[in-house]
Design a protein around this ligand. Structure first.
Ligand SMILES: Cc1ncc(COP(=O)(O)O)c(C=O)c1O
Length: 467
């Protein structure tokens, strides 16, 4: 860790454990430099990082102050949703993104200019000319052995002992989530979701006819552990589907302490967890966050991920760490998609067998971090003060909180008229209570076109605030 990161980390702890309270003044840069023995520039970098994370704010000529904790705490009661109807909303939204003229600030896909690594394209070109690349038999479920071996090795590098037979290759992360949920549930079963979550999880629950209990987000920890325990005590929950790293859409990453507690609860109450971890590689810290699989001693966790956010969603390659459910999942695959594209599986083996991927990830992370900070700073200085831009140091989404009386669906509709998309919160939360958030994709370079789109967004927000 750099010295500025170490300082930011220890100051963050003082804020999180309430040693420093909201609106309390921080030591000046100079005082902090004297106290810590660090240079002024190191202290300034640490303060800027905390500011970018929304933990502190600055006032001209007065210094830095502790910010209010994020108000992402939603309705702190459990909600039961036994008839989910989100698919048609998502369908309309995804269709609206398809025009080639749209500026895709609402897209879930990262900017393709940053993906589709040239070395991978080179491997694709070479393999395209070899007939054996298309042979289907070696790629049938559970998928290409060499690819599963590489994925297993990546788990092992994180301290998660894994055998290639634990892994099933799927058509992207969404397929991994759907197959896992289908393997573990039957129509009418209770599952648990976070109240605000990637719409694919809601769609899967709708498709399978499941009853969904939701727990609210926690403003500091991301997940509300008390609500989690309350939910599993009150309802016969069979499976939880959670995102704990670089949460989509909000962005938080849950601490190891909380992950460990969740793992203990899963074991105690014998509940399966499907972990959606498709953003696992897009952390900005020095260290990759641990997945729930790391804390899972008794095989309650099915870990789902993909290459969509790092190499390209167009490849449609994901996987699930299925463990003992591998065969069950393969049965479902053989009745539906059959095999995942063999040619792409072969090309990924070729690409991942070298060090290209790590280099690519390093560049991708630092570019996304740079872009996201630029967007954050732009919103911070241009959005009206009634709005709050919520920043977490990972991924490529910003989550903007508008005044509570505003409807982000309306903002979305108005921006569409200008060929700009944003993602309104009703895509992620079906309770009809949290309609005043929007998700912004920050993976596009801040050129004139993007800046004009951000200006239009800001203008429309201001008009709606003043109405
Ligand atoms: C949280 C989350 N999970 C899963 C997926 C699906 O990933 P894939 O494109 O690999 O199917 C997405 C895609 O946007 C996502 O945001």
């Amino acid at each position: 860790m750099y010295k500025s990161e170490q300082l930011a980390h220890s100051l963050k702890q003082l804020i999180e454990n309430s040693t420093w309270r909201a609106h309390e003044k921080l030591p000046s840069l100079r005082q902090q430099a004297e106290q810590s023995g660090l240079s002024l520039i190191t202290v300034m970098n640490a303060y800027q990082e905390l500011e970018a994370q929304g933990l502190i704010y600055s006032k001209a000529k007065s210094g830095y102050f502790v910010a209010e904790q994020h108000s992402t705490r939603l309705n702190p009661v459990l909600a039961i949703n036994d008839k989910i109807e989100i698919n048609s909303i998502v369908f309309k939204y995804l269709k609206s993104l398809q025009s080639e003229f749209i500026i895709p600030l609402g897209s879930a896909f990262p900017n393709s200019q940053l993906l589709y690594s040239p070395k991978l394209i080179q491997s694709l070109g070479q393999l395209a000319r070899q007939r054996r690349s298309y042979e289907q038999t070696p790629s049938l479920p559970p998928g290409n052995y060499a690819l599963r071996k590489i994925i297993a090795q990546r788990y092992a590098m994180q301290g998660i002992p894994t055998d290639p037979s634990d892994i099933v290759i799927t058509s992207g992360g969404l397929d991994a989530l759907n197959l896992s949920l289908q393997a573990l549930t039957q129509t009418g079963d209770y599952i648990l979701l976070q109240q605000t979550i990637f719409y694919g999880a809601w769609q899967a629950a709708e498709r399978l006819g499941l009853k969904v209990i939701t727990i609210p987000e926690h403003p500091e920890h991301g997940i509300d552990l008390a609500a989690f325990e309350q939910a599993i005590l009150k309802y016969p929950i069979k499976v939880c589907l959670l995102m704990l790293n670089s949460h989509n859409p909000i962005g938080f990453t849950v601490s190891d302490e909380i992950k460990l507690k969740i793992a203990k609860l899963l074991n105690q109450y014998q509940i399966y967890l499907i972990e959606d971890d498709v953003y696992e590689e897009l952390y900005y810290d020095q260290k990759k966050p641990l997945s729930m699989k790391y804390f899972d001693q008794q095989n309650w966790v099915l870990h789902c991920s993909s290459f969509s956010k790092t190499l390209g969603a167009g490849f449609r390659i994901g996987w699930v760490y299925a463990g003992k459910f591998s065969e069950n999942i393969q049965h479902i695959q053989l009745m539906s998609t059959l095999s995942v594209n063999p040619f792409i599986q072969n090309a990924l083996v070729e690409y991942l067998s070298h060090r290209h991927y790590e280099k690519h990830l390093k560049t991708l992370r630092s570019t996304l971090q740079r872009y996201k900070k630029q967007y954050f700073n732009y919103f911070k200085s241009h959005l009206p003060e009634q709005c709050k831009t919520i920043y977490y140091p990972s991924g490529y989404f910003l989550w903007i909180e508008l005044p509570e009386y505003m409807d982000s669906e309306l903002i979305y509709q108005q921006l569409l008229q200008h060929n700009i998309s944003v993602a309104p919160s009703n895509l992620f939360n079906i309770t009809n209570q949290q309609n005043h958030f929007i998700r912004i994709n920050c993976s596009f370079e801040m050129n004139e076109k993007i800046q004009n789109a951000l200006d239009k967004l800001i203008e429309i927000v201001k008009i709606n605030i003043n109405q």
